[in-house]
Design a protein around this ligand. Structure first.
Ligand SMILES: [Zn+2]
Length: 298
C-alpha cells in the first residue's frame, strides 16, 4: 500500500511538472524529459505492484485514445504546410504497415513538429505520434516503416491500453469519463514500456514492416543509428559527430534511459531476420516527402 501511495505521489508530481511545462513552452522539452526520468523510475516500481483488470472493449479503447490524441495534438504548435506534407507521408507508410496488424483498429499517424523530439510513441486505440527530430535521423522509408511498425505493435499487443488501465487503477481515474483520462501526462507514453514489451514491439514491428514490402535492412539501419547515438551521447558523452541541440540531447538520453539498450535490440533484430528468413537483400526505398510550395507561400 505504501508503495502504491508513493507511486501516486510521483504521478501527481509528474502531472504538475507537465502542467508547468505546458505553461512555459520554451522549457517544454527539457521539463518533459525530467518527467520522462520520473516515469522510468515509476515504471520499474510498477512492475512489482500487482495489478488486476479485465480488458476493455475496442470501442472504449478508441474513445480513450481519441481523447488523449486530441489533448496532445492541441498542445502542439500550428502545423506548417511542410509538416502537413510530412504527416501525409508518415500516414501513407503507416497505413501500409498497419494493414498487417492483427487488430482491426483505425490507425492514425501524427507528426510532432519539433526537431528536438527524437522519439515516437503510441496511444491506445490506434494513434501513433512521431517527432520531427526522429524523422530527421532517417535516410530510408524502410526505417520509417520499422519505427511505425514498432509503435503499431504496442497498440496491436495491448501494451498501450494496459498502460491506460494501470494509470486509471493507480490514480482512481474513471475510464468512462473522458476528462479524467485526459489528465494522463504525455510523458508517460514517451517513456516507453517494459523491456519485454519493447522487445516484442521490435520483433512484431519488424515482421509487419517486412510483410508490407519493406526491407528489414531499414530496421537494422535504424537500430545501428540508435547504437551510434547511444555511444556518442550516453557512453562517451563527448565529441559527437551530429549537431544536436541541448534539448534534443536531453530527450535522447531520456529515451535511452527508458528503453532497452539499442545494441541488444539490434542483436534481436538480426536473430529474427535469420530465423524468419526475412528478405534482407530487398532494396531500400528512399525517404521521400512530396512537398510543393504554392504561390502564396513563396
Ligand atoms: Zn516502444
Amino acid at each position: 500500500m505504501k508503495r502504491i501511495l508513493a507511486l501516486v505521489a510521483i504521478l501527481l508530481i509528474a502531472g504538475g511538472a507537465l502542467y508547468f511545462a505546458q505553461q512555459h513552452r520554451r522549457q517544454d522539452v527539457m521539463s518533459v524529459n525530467a518527467v520522462v526520468d520520473s516515469a522510468a523510475d515509476w515504471q520499474r516500481d510498477l512492475t512489482r505492484a500487482p495489478m488486476h483488470f479485465t480488458r476493455i472493449s475496442d470501442d472504449q479503447e478508441t474513445r480513450i485514445g481519441d481523447e488523449l490524441a486530441q489533448q496532445y495534438a492541441s498542445a502542439q504548435p500550428t502545423q506548417t504546410a511542410e509538416m502537413a506534407a510530412m504527416e501525409w507521408y508518415v500516414s501513407k507508410v503507416g497505413g501500409r504497415v498497419a494493414a498487417h496488424a492483427v487488430r482491426r483498429l483505425a490507425f492514425r499517424f501524427h507528426v510532432i513538429a519539433s526537431v528536438d523530439m527524437i522519439n515516437a510513441f503510441a496511444l491506445p486505440g490506434g494513434h501513433v505520434f512521431v517527432g520531427q527530430g526522429l524523422l530527421d535521423q532517417m535516410t530510408s522509408e524502410d526505417e520509417l516503416a520499422f519505427v511505425l511498425g514498432h509503435e503499431i505493435e504496442h497498440i496491436d499487443h495491448y501494451h498501450a491500453v494496459e498502460r491506460v488501465q494501470i494509470e486509471a487503477q493507480l490514480n482512481k481515474l474513471n475510464l468512462d469519463i473522458e476528462a479524467a483520462v485526459a489528465q494522463i501526462p504525455i510523458s508517460l507514453w514517451q517513456a516507453g514500456y517494459s523491456k519485454e514489451q519493447e522487445f516484442e514491439a521490435d520483433r512484431e514491428g519488424l515482421r509487419i514492416a517486412s510483410a508490407a514490402g519493406y526491407s528489414p535492412q531499414g530496421a537494422v539501419n535504424m537500430l545501428e543509428r540508435w547504437t551510434q547515438l547511444h555511444r556518442e551521447y550516453v557512453i562517451h558523452a563527448q565529441t559527437p559527430t551530429g549537431e544536436l541541440s541541448q534539448l534534443a540531447i536531453e530527450g535522447l538520453t531520456g529515451y535511452f534511459r527508458t528503453h532497452p539498450l539499442p545494441s541488444e535490440r539490434l542483436a534481436q533484430a538480426n536473430e529474427i531476420i535469420a530465423q524468419d528468413h526475412l528478405p534482407l537483400s530487398r532494396p531500400l526505398k528512399p525517404f521521400h516527402v512530396e512537398y510543393e510550395v504554392t504561390s502564396e507561400e513563396r
